[in-house]
Every structure is written in C-alpha cells, then in structure tokens.
Write a protein that binds this ligand. Structure first.
Ligand SMILES: Cc1ncc(C[n+]2csc(CCOP(=O)(O)OP(=O)(O)O)c2C)c(N)n1
Length: 558
C-alpha cells in the first residue's frame, strides 16, 4: 500500500505504459501534474511553445512509432489551443492520449477562470474522452485511454483531470497492469474465400491502399499480394509510402491531384480491392460517379467504414495484415498482360507530371533531388498546400512509416512540429519537412523547440510569397480573382530562421547540388530556402466536387 496524489498516480501509470517523452505546456490547472512529472526518471518533457505545437509533436511521435503518444495542456486556452491537433489525429486515425488540466471540481460550470467545457468540446473530435471525478478513477481511466487509443482503428483519447483530483491523496495497493490493444476481430474464412475468388476472376483489378495499410504494417505483404495477382496499386495520400515509387505496379495516387492516367485506369477497372481507405472525397471525386462499373471489396478494421459511402460487393472486417496473409495463399499467380498493357498505354499517352529527373528547374524536380540525396530511412513531413501535393507526386518513397502528412484535416502548421516529434521518436533518422511560406508561419514558434532539442530536422521552404494552393484555386475557378492570397511583403525567412538558431542554406543566393548535399548532411535544425514562382501549379487537378474523369491538365506532358 502506497499513498500518492492523483498527479503522481497519473505519472506512474504513464511510466508503466512505457512513455518516455511527453510534449506540453504547463498552466494553473495542470501544475500538480507537472510537479509530479518533474520527479519522473523515465519521462522527458518537451516544452512546446504553443499547445497546438505540443499536440503535433506528440502526433509526430505516434505517427512514427504507431504507438500512442502523450501531450499535455492546461485548462481553458491550453485546451482550446490543442483542439486542432486532436481533430487532425481523429481524421487520420493517429493514437494520441491528450491529458488536460481542468478547474477544480467544485468550480466546474461556474465560468471559473480558464474554464471551458473541454469534455464537451472534445466529444466530436476524439475517439473517446473522460472527465475524471476522483483520483481513484485514474487507475482505470489512464490504462483505458491507452487501450482505446491503440485498439482497432487508432485515434485520439482525451482525459480531462480537475486540479483537485490531481491533488487528492489515495492509497494504492498495486498499480494496474499497462493496457494493451484489443485483439483484432477474427476474419471470416468465407469472406476470404469469396474475396479470393473475386480477385482470381477479375480481368482488371486494382488494389487501392490507404493509411489503414500503414497502420496495420501491411506494406510488405501488400506488395506480395499485388505481385502475385499482377494487380496495379493506387494509393490515397495517406497510403503513398506503401509501395515504392518506382515499383512497376505502382500507378500513383488517385483523386484530385492524381496523374491523369491513374484516374483513367480506375475508370476502366472491374474490381477494386480497397484496403484501409475511407472513400474520402479527395480520392473518389464525386462518389456516385467513382468507378461505377467496378465491384468493390472493402477491407477495414473499423466496421463503420464498410458500406459508409459506397455500397460494396464484399466488406471484410479485420486487421489488414491478417486479411492479406490469409488471402495471399488463395490468390492465383496471373500475369494479366492485357490489363497491365492497357495501363502502360494510358501512361504513354498521358505522361505523368511527376518528374523522372531531378534538378532545380521546378519544385517537383527539386523534391526528387532531395529524395535521391537522402537515404531510404528518411522520414518526410509536409505542411498543406501546393508543396504537399508536389511532394506527394514527386518524392521517391520506399516504404513504411516514412510519410507523415495531414490527410484528413489538411492542417497548415502540421509539418514542423510533426517533424520534431518524428525526430524525437527516431533520433537515428533524418527528418525532412517540405513546407510553404504560409504554413511555416502557423507553428513557427516551434522553431525554438527544435533548436532546444537539436533535432535532426531539415525544413525545405518553398517560398512563393502567397497561399499557393488557394491562389491556384482562385486562378482556376474564381476568374483569377486572387483576393487575400498574396503576401505583399517579402519576409526574410533566412534571417528569421537564423535568428532562431537554425543553420540556413539559401538557394536564392547560391544554388548547386553540392550545397544541397551539405545542407542535408548538416546535423540539427537546418533550413533550405527555395524561391518559387507563384505561377508554378499543381496539376492535374479535378475541380472540387467533380467526378475524377473531369481533369484539368495532364493531357500532355506540359
Ligand atoms: C489551418 C489552415 N488554414 C487554412 C487552410 C486553407 N489552405 C489550404 S492550402 C493553403 C495555402 C498554403 O500556403 P503555403 O503554406 O504557402 O503553401 P503553398 O500552397 O504556397 O505551397 C490554405 C490557406 C488550411 N488548409 N489550413
């Protein structure tokens, strides 16, 4: 029997979950927790400069390891600031445990200083949330938060702990065992047999993979399955690293910024094997007109996704690795020469925009150059905008958890803090963040955090002095009325980042492969600044709300 406070109990439970790094910011309502944390020999605290930064640093750790990561915020403004990072984690199924301080229990509902209804506010953006009423409850709530975050389809869980609960003394016999994720659902043998038969019979099948395949660590077996069946593979933005860029069956990302031949190939398929995807509108375009002639097998760990937006011929509930492993021995080896030949002909007729050469002539070629100069273990993050799509179209991904981008929420400001989190979780790896001059400002305070922890992060900043992707949409769909998307003042990013203590490499001053190599070889935070013309577009493009066959650009190589 040991007496401890709710705060101490929380820290012990986090230690037992194997947590070694937590990001956050202290404030009045979580100070008891911080006091207890200061005595932990196991957990290192990363003091972020903004709670959204703390949330995204934790996301960077979780996206890199696949395990729940923890972030802390105080009540009121601390909680409201961290909301974006939680919502982002929800849409991209990232396991997060966010612990917020709350005003003391007797003051809840009185409009107390720094009181917001964090529980209510977080209901729609979490997988689950708790408002803890006594220190005793922490013994079940904290392990439960980890179990929920990691089980099935991963996601964020919020635990709101009032200050008096953190200070309450309880006697604890034994701390509960650390929580583990629930076992995945048992896959039905009949479903496997039916799926195998459908794949074997199909003349023009496509394997469509998303973030769920990354989460299930099923990339290697996914490649085996595709190769055995000679099934071309298309990917959502979240699934881009599943199949190496140069693999002969990789037909690229589908949807709004797909290559024209990819969307055309999808139109021609007779079977879609959709794994770990959620029929997001950015991927399907107008969903009613998405591959109307294809049968669909949908494999997902979350039963809510099956039949949600598209009625499927067969829905398989289960862990994708498990499903693929059971499916593979039943798949006939087939060359499917006609189908593969048809797609190659489409590819020759509508050559990809993604560059086959690297260089400095365009951001896409430069992204490819950076990829070629980096080793395969490099982790890539992005912000949101043209630079994100250029990276999606051009970076030579090789596999796994290499690609961290905000897919569902599309959050500007994601790239830098997620890169910091990734570097903390994988200190032996280089992390490169491709960003834009709009996005980098949205969490630039974390430039200080990066220097403080000397993380091995390189930011490649494409500076087009505008909110590029918005600017492009205004040019294309609002008759060139580029209202409020241009920055009239040219900021000196080189001086700004140098001021934060970053190494800098300014390609406006000096531009050569040798200089880029040197920048990438620099250990610790380093900026590569590349000026880009506003006119440089992301093409092809499906207009928002249109069917995927309605594409702008990509009909020639230009
Ligand atoms: C937090 C947030 N606010 C607004 C948007 C809408 N938005 C999408 S892309 C974009 C412009 C991004 O500009 P920048 O980071 O400079 O990248 P670029 O497109 O120029 O490469 C904006 C404003 C968003 N995605 N996220």
């Amino acid at each position: 029997m040991r007496e401890m406070t709710g705060a101490e109990c929380t820290v012990r439970l986090l230690e037992r979950q194997g947590i070694t790094i937590i990001s956050g910011i202290p404030g009045g309502a979580n100070l008891p927790l911080y006091d207890a944390l200061s005595r932990s020999k196991q957990i290192k605290h990363i003091l972020a400069r903004h709670e959204q930064g703390a949330g995204f640093i934790a996301q960077g750790m979780a996206r890199t390891t696949g395990k729940p990561a923890v972030c802390l915020a105080t009540s009121g403004p601390g909680a409201t600031n961290i909301v974006t990072a939680i919502a982002d984690a929800k849409l991209d199924s990232v396991p997060l445990v966010c612990i917020t301080g709350q005003v003391p229990t007797p003051l809840i509902g009185t409009d107390a200083f720094q009181e917001v209804d964090t529980y209510g506010m977080s209901i729609p953006i979490t997988k689950h949330n708790f408002l803890v009423r006594s220190a005793q409850e922490l013994l079940t709530v904290i392990p439960e938060a980890f179990r929920l975050a990691a089980s099935g389809r991963p996601g964020p869980v919020l635990v709101d702990i009032p200050r008096d609960v953190q200070l309450e003394h309880i006697a604890v016999d034994d701390l509960p065992a650390p929580a583990v994720a629930d076992a995945p659902p048992v896959v039905s043998d009949t479903d496997i047999a039916t799926a195998a038969e459908m794949i074997n019979r199909a003349a023009r099948p496509v394997l469509w993979v998303g973030g769920g395949v990354v989460a299930a660590q099923a990339d290697a077996i996914c490649k085996n399955l595709a190769e055995t069946a000679s099934m071309p593979v298309t990917m959502t933005l979240m699934g881009l690293s599943v199949i190496p860029r140069d693999h002969e069956l990789n037909i690229g990302m589908l949807g709004m910024h797909a290559e024209r031949y990819t969307n055309m190939a999808m139109e021609g398929c007779d079977l879609i094997v959709a794994a770990g995807v959620r029929f997001d509108d950015r991927a399907t375009g107008k969903v009613n007109e998405f591959c109307p002639n294809a049968k669909v097998i949908h494999i997902d760990i979350d039963h809510c996704e099956l039949d949600k937006l598209r009625s499927v011929s067969l829905g398989i509930l289960g862990d994708i690795h498990d499903v693929f492993s059971k499916l593979l021995p039943k798949i006939e080896t087939k060359p499917r020469k006609e189908w593969i030949g048809y797609i190659s002909a489409l590819k020759s007729a509508f050559p990809p925009h993604s560059p086959s050469e690297s260089g400095f002539e365009s951001p896409q070629k430069f992204i490819r150059l950076v990829g070629e100069l980096s080793d395969n273990s490099t982790i890539v993050t992005t912000d949101v905008g043209k630079h994100q799509m250029w990276t999606a179209q051009s970076y030579p991904f090789t596999g796994g958890r290499q690609w961290l981008t905000s897919g569902g929420l599309g959050t500007m400001g994601f790239g830098l803090p997620v890169a910091i989190g990734a570097a903390l979780a994988a200190p032996d790896k280089k992390v490169i963040c491709f960003s834009g001059d709009g996005s980098i400002l949205m969490n630039m305070q974390e430039l200080a955090t990066a220097v403080e922890h000397n993380v091995d992060v390189t930011v490649v900043l494409f500076n087009n002095q505008c909110l590029g992707l918005v600017h492009q949409q205004q040019e294309l769909f609002f008759e060139g009325n580029c209202f409020s998307s241009e920055y009239p003042i040219a900021l000196d990013y080189v001086a700004i980042l140098r001021g934060f203590g970053w190494h800098v490499c300014d390609l406006a001053e000096n531009c050569s492969e040798e200089i880029v190599k040197q920048a990438l070889a620099t250990e610790g935070p380093c900026l590569i600044h590349m000026p880009v013309s506003r006119e440089e577009k992301v093409l092809p493009m499906v207009p928002p709300g249109a069917a995927n066959r309605v594409m702008i650009g990509g009909d020639t190589n230009g």
